[in-house]
Each structure stands twice: as structure tokens, then as C-alpha cells.
Ligand binder design. Structure first.
Ligand code: ADE
Length: 307
């Protein structure tokens, strides 16, 4: 996977040379290139921003600078697109294949999507342009999984009051798979931290990235039905007078599995009831249903409902 990141603080991304992502880079699994947006400016001050049209506080990043940079990284020739609606929501309509130029349609044409639960999960273009933005849909594990199937990711980090809204709309109209994501309901100073978060979530899913791929499957938000994980303990079984739950040392694997599953259901119902509401009742085991009923949920419809 090739990852281009554009930022006015490219040094920020030296952290990506550390840890597992650093190792993945040395192994050749991923190549990360951090670029300075100011390298595409032509004025003496290397300015990337201007005042907002219509007035207001702060500065907005100029479209022309972004476009010179992104044209180069995406291999596109500059071209006017007067038909683009500057107010259209990016996620309203999918990218039209016929509009795609220079970009392959799909990274994995041989991928066979064989069940409803995985439908769309590899539905991603060869190249994806991603803008972190606090006013965008939330980035989820599903997005991370989908993006891990792309070959080339280009991230554009906004600063100040953000980038000119025509930029992502323009590239979508040019046939690029463009996404905007928020990583949470809070405002950061710029997109750099958000890109690091997204990149870590995406790259750890690449084949060969993790030492033990099973640990990916077992974690929160990833399994067949997204639940928060059960609590984990290691030895000693008694530490500072606190003993781990006896069932975990019973040696009865069936009981341990049930205990952990019940704990995952209970913790999720308590902390993230929205995730319980998304479960498919038909996919729940009899024991899962019994647990949810005991927790005060109705499980007879399509999705659980809190009584
Ligand atoms: N830029 C500033 N805040 C952000 C957020 N919460 N998510 C993504 N990008 C951001």
C-alpha cells in the first residue's frame, strides 16, 4: 500500500516510523510519504490559506494550492469542472465509473463477496483521497476494513478553518473515490492526529502486518457482531489481594467462552447500547438472547430493542 499524506506539518508523521507501522514500512508492506503542502505554493510567503468568502473568523486553505499538489499525487491533468455543485454532499452518490480517469476501477477485481455481511467491505477504488474533517461522517472499523483493500491512499490534512469545500467535490467529479471522515465528536487543531488514527486502524489490517492475525478478529468492533470486548487479565491470578473471576481459572473452555460472551454483551449494553441496537437478532445464539433478555432487551424483532 502506498500512502501519501499532505500537511503543513509533515514532520508530524515521523511518528509513523515507530512501532508496528515502522516495521511494516521496513518490510515493504507499506510506503508512507509525507509531503509539505507549501512545496506547491509559488509566492514568497508560501501561503496556503486566505480569508473565508462571506466573512467570518479564521482562514480557509486555498483550493489552487491543494489542486496542484493533488493533481500531481493522483496523476491527473488540471481541468476545469464548471458543472460541479460546490454544495453537494460527497456521500450522496457513488463515484461514476464512466467518470473515472487514470484510475483503476477496483483494487481487487478478483475479490468475491460471498455473504451479505461482507458485501461492500472491499468496495473501494484503487486510489482513495481522504480528508479528515470534524463535520463529516464518523470513521468506523468498517471504513478501516474497506480502505485496507485500496492500493493507494492520499490524505489531505486541513488546518485553520479547513480547506475550500470545492476541493473534495472537484476530485469526486474527476472520478476519484473521495472520502471525508471525522474521528469523533470533538475538534482538533488540524487533520494530522486524525490521519494517524485512521492510518493505524487501516494498516494493521493489511495481510502480514500483525504477528498474530487472530487478535484482529477477536477485538472490539470487528467480529461478526460488533461488541465491546470482555475484560482481560494475566498472571498472577491474585494481585494486591484482587483475584480474577474463578471461571477463568476453571479450565472449562466452554464456560470461559460463555462467561466472556455474556460479559461482552453486558458491557456493550451498558456502555454502547447503540451497538446492541444494531445486532441482527437472527444471528444471535439462544444463549445470547437469554442474556440480552435478562439485561432488559427484547430480541424478537429484527434488531434488539431496550424495554
Ligand atoms: N479535524 C479537526 N477535528 C477533527 C476530527 N474530530 N476528526 C477529523 N478531522 C478533524
Amino acid at each position: 500500500m502506498l500512502i501519501d499524506i499532505v500537511s503543513v506539518f509533515p514532520e508530524y508523521f515521523s511518528v509513523l516510523d515507530l512501532s508496528l507501522l515502522g516495521k511494516a514500512q521496513s518490510k515493504g508492506l507499506v510506503e508512507v510519504r509525507a509531503h509539505n503542502l507549501r512545496d506547491w505554493t509559488h509566492d514568497v510567503h508560501h501561503s496556503v490559506d486566505d480569508t473565508p468568502v462571506g466573512g467570518g473568523a479564521g482562514m480557509v486553505m486555498k483550493p489552487a494550492v491543494w489542486a496542484e499538489c493533488l493533481d500531481e499525487l493522483l496523476g491527473l491533468e488540471p481541468q476545469d469542472m464548471p458543472q460541479v455543485d460546490p454544495t453537494a454532499e460527497l456521500w450522496d452518490e457513488p463515484v461514476q465509473d464512466s467518470a473515472a480517469e487514470n484510475l483503476d476501477d477496483a483494487a481487487n477485481p478478483d475479490d468475491t463477496v460471498d455473504s451479505a455481511s461482507t458485501a461492500g467491505i472491499t468496495d473501494v477504488a484503487d486510489t482513495v483521497l481522504i480528508f479528515p474533517n470534524p463535520s463529516a461522517p464518523l470513521f468506523t472499523q468498517r471504513d478501516a476494513t474497506q480502505l485496507s483493500h485500496a492500493r493507494h491512499l492520499v490524505f489531505g490534512c486541513g488546518r485553520y478553518e479547513g480547506y475550500d469545500a470545492r476541493v473534495p467535490r472537484y476530485y469526486k467529479a474527476r472520478g476519484v473515490d473521495v472520502r471525508e471522515y471525522s474521528i469523533g465528536d470533538y475538534v482538533l487543531n488540524g487533520g494530522e492526529v486524525a490521519v494517524s488514527v485512521m492510518l493505524e486502524a487501516i494498516t494493521r489490517l493489511l495481510p502480514g502486518f500483525m504477528g498474530n492475525p487472530e487478535s484482529i478478529v477477536e477485538e472490539s468492533y470487528t467480529g461478526s457482531n460488533a461488541l465491546l470486548e470482555h475484560l482481560q487479565y494475566t498472571r498472577p491470578t491474585t494481585w494486591r489481594g484482587i483475584t480474577v473471576p474463578a471461571v477463568l481459572t476453571s479450565g472449562d473452555h466452554g464456560k470461559v467462552d460463555r462467561y466472556r460472551r455474556d460479559q461482552a454483551l453486558a458491557r456493550t449494553a451498558d456502555i454502547r447500547p447503540d451497538l446492541i441496537e444494531k445486532l441482527d437478532c437472527a444471528a444471535l445464539s439462544k444463549a445470547d438472547r437469554k442474556t440480552l433478555i435478562a439485561l432488559g432487551w427484547e430480541v424478537s424483532g429484527r434488531n434488539p430493542r431496550k424495554l
